[in-house]
Design a protein around this ligand. Structure first.
Ligand SMILES: Cc1cc2nc3c(=O)[nH]c(=O)nc-3n(C[C@H](O)[C@H](O)[C@H](O)COP(=O)(O)OP(=O)(O)OC[C@H]3O[C@@H](n4cnc5c(N)ncnc54)[C@H](O)[C@@H]3O)c2cc1C
Length: 635
């Protein structure tokens, strides 16, 4: 078989090694525009798991790489004038030229033909082959020449990839606030005297700082001054270190006929989780393996994609979350350094409270103590008490329903309609006094009454039959802010006039009073989810309802809100789900984080929290103050 590979980056070289190793009769030619010793950037970092696969795939390459790289286990976070160190992380890094040198040597040894300094302008210039591999990076010519259905998303940040002549002794994150905005550095050592130093900032900050106008040298000087405390007297090094925007690439197909893509040509993942080279090398392993297992090309290419795509997509998701974290980092600048550090370490969802407890128990104990406001023997964050307007909740766990005390700090009532025509279904409760709360109180829990008016979403069949299906019979007249039906099938509500609005406000007040008399410790008003109070475009009426309830109820008052809604004066925001794109664990956490940090208000969040670890991580990182647990979290 004859294979032509365009691109002598990690993916192209490693694939050619594995193909030639599997069958020395295999004719493999690699074509590369650069000379053998030229490369962009400085060092690349790998996480621990990459190593195992490399050893099995080709021991000599593995040994050469591991002999040459720098390994360390610490992450340093420079933030707010403090340095927080976290241990137990295990990274390795290698100079990119060194990695490519090792791969080139091995490829040469096995008889791969490598043509350097050969710029290809059209795929037709490449040697004929049975298989053409596009290993030509993110701007792949091969990808452009065939139908792969690429989708590129340009991230709203700018980064420059520098080096520095100091071997940092940790993976280092540094954050500097300037008059223009926040700049962050991601830096790591890759040999005994040098480190990679990537500086990143939001596009608007980059523009305000005038970096667009600066030369490469001037940019470098700007960044040197910014990060002088971390650089500790050392300078930055440039190697075509221009400011770039990161392109996240996904392809609908990874192969077309006898052409296949590997590495950055097929997909990219933001550099902040350091996985691009790992993914490129693993693509090569899988593609070489599939080609070895199948006589015919097509089944091999299909198997390669089927095996790799889900793994790559998982990494892309984690990388995207990490990238979004760095985009939004200015929001977190108000967090105390320790909590900021925990928030950063748990940003991509791959490390949580439990996992970090194994890696770095001392740091996690400090976080627990910080959230619990106590000394070293504090419980995990979910079990720290919370004070809300004079009410002390024994812990941060929230359970839906008032039936059975299970040790939670707070129990939510079902939604209680403040008037009979405010019910969603005929079975909805309308009496806040319908529950015996003694058992919950005896068990040390608190109870929250959730008040709602269904508005245009009223008079529906039970949820078990579907959402927003109007009653076939026995419906009642609906009201809303305007005479607009909720769905095409829904009945048209009457637009409320002033008197109607006053009547409903009074009904909220009366229900709140009745709830307080019945022993509820806290009250939530639903201002979201398409129900009545969210149907008012301007926030004046809902705000007036909150104020009227506030006037008669002095306990903790919560409002249920969607992401982006204005936050009225309340003690707690319950982050509402709304229409969810993807119902996965923690899908509301980012919204909660945003509301909490921007509106400076305590938040309560659900979003399929089915493990205590997820909740401990959320509370520990300051992304919410209370977590609504799924029943599965208690089993
Ligand atoms: C700022 C930054 C930091 C990063 N940090 C890390 C990290 O820490 N860890 C990590 O694992 N990854 C990191 N990456 C990603 C990593 O560099 C890539 O994911 C990896 O290099 C992909 O390997 P590849 O072989 O697919 O493509 P590339 O390394 O891009 O190689 C493609 C090759 O094809 C050649 N080529 C392209 N077009 C042509 C043509 N028309 N003619 C001839 N030759 C051509 C190019 O010259 C190049 O040598 C980082 C990326 C960036 C941008």
């Amino acid at each position: 078989m004859r294979t032509t590979v365009l691109g002598a980056g990690p993916a192209g070289l490693y694939l050619s090694i594995l193909l030639k190793k599997a069958d020395p009769r295999h004719d493999v030619t690699v074509v590369e525009r650069n000379p053998p010793d030229a490369t962009f950037g400085f060092g690349v970092v790998f996480s621990e798991e990459t190593l195992g696969r490399l050893r099995v795939a080709d021991e000599p390459t593995f040994t050469a790489i591991t002999d040459a790289w720098a390994s360390w286990t610490t992450i340093d976070i420079h933030f707010g004038g403090e340095l927080i160190r976290s241990h137990g992380h295990r990274f390795s890094a290698i100079r990119r030229t060194k990695l490519l040198g090792i791969l080139q040597r091995r490829a040469r040894e096995l008889g791969v033909e490598m043509r350097f300094e050969t710029e290809i302008a059209e795929v037709a210039e490449l040697p004929d082959a049975d298989l053409l591999v596009g290993a030509d990076g993110v701007n792949s010519l091969v990808r452009r020449a065939r139908e792969f259905g690429p989708r590129i998303e340009v991230y709203p940040t700018r980064f420059a990839w520098f080096g520095t002549d100091v071997a940092l002794d940790a993976f280092t994150f540094a954050f500097v606030e300037t008059e223009h905005g926040v700049f962050q550095a991601h830096a790591y050592p890759f040999d005994e005297g040098t480190s990679t130093f990537i500086v990143e900032t939001r596009e608007d900050t980059w523009q305000r700082a005038g970096l667009e106008e600066l030369s490469e040298q001037e940019s470098l000087a700007f960044c040197e001054e910014l990060f002088a405390p971390v650089l500790d007297g050392h300078g930055l090094l440039s190697n075509r270190s221009v400011w770039l925007a990161f392109n996240e690439l996904r392809c609908k197909d990874w192969s077309a006929g006898s052409t296949v893509l590997v590495g950055d040509a097929a997909h990219t993942a933001h550099f902040s989780i350091g996985s691009g080279t790992k993914l490129a090398l693993e693509d090569a392993i899988e593609l070489a393996g599939a080609l070895g297992r199948h006589e015919d090309l097509q089944p091999a290419l299909v198997e390669y994609e089927l095996e790799r795509r889900p793994i790559v997509e998982r990494f892309q998701e984690a990388a995207r979350q990490s990238a979004e974290y760095f985009e939004e980092v200015p929001r977190h600048m108000g967090l105390p350094p320790l909590q900021f550090a925990f928030n950063l370490l748990t940003r991509s969802g791959r490390i949580g409270h439990a996992n970090l407890s194994l890696r770095d128990p001392r740091l996690v104990r400090r976080v627990d103590a910080f959230v619990g406001g106590r000394s070293a023997l504090s419980p995990p964050p979910l079990f720290a008490p919370l004070e809300l307007r004079g009410l002390t909740l024994r812990n941060r766990a929230v359970i839906r329903g008032l039936d059975e005390p299970v040790g939670a700090g707070l129990y939510l009532s079902p939604m209680v309609a403040v008037t009979p025509e405010g019910r969603i279904t005929p079975d909805d409760p309308t009496d806040p006094g319908a529950w015996d709360l003694d058992r919950i109180h005896a068990a040390g829990g608190a109870a929250m009454l959730v008040l709602n008016h269904a508005g245009a979403r009223g008079a529906c069949r039970p949820r078990s039959e579907g959402i927003d299906l109007p009653l076939r019979e026995g419906g009642w007249p609906l009201v809303s802010a305007t005479a607009t039906p909720h769905t095409r099938r829904s009945a048209t509500p009457a637009a409320l006039d002033e008197a109607g609005m006053d009547r409903i406000r009074d009904a909220f007040v009366a229900a709140a009073r009745r709830g307080a008399e019945a022993g509820f410790d806290a009250i939530e008003l639903n201002l979201a989810e398409g129900y009545l109070l969210s149907s008012f475009r301007d926030g004046d009426y809902p705000r007036s309802v909150v104020e009227a309830v506030r006037a008669v109820f002095d306990g903790p008052l919560a409002v249920r809100l969607g992401d982006g809604d204005a936050v009225p004066d309340a003690d707690l925001v319950h982050v509402a789900g709304g229409k969810v794109k993807e119902y996965r664990r923690g899908h509301l956490t980012a919204a909660s984080d945003r509301i909490r940090s921007e509106a400076h208000v305590a938040t309560m969040v659900g979003g399929y929290l089915d493990t205590l670890d997820a909740a401990n991580t959320i509370v520990g990182a300051g992304r919410a103050d209370l977590c609504i647990l799924e029943p599965a979290a208690l089993t």
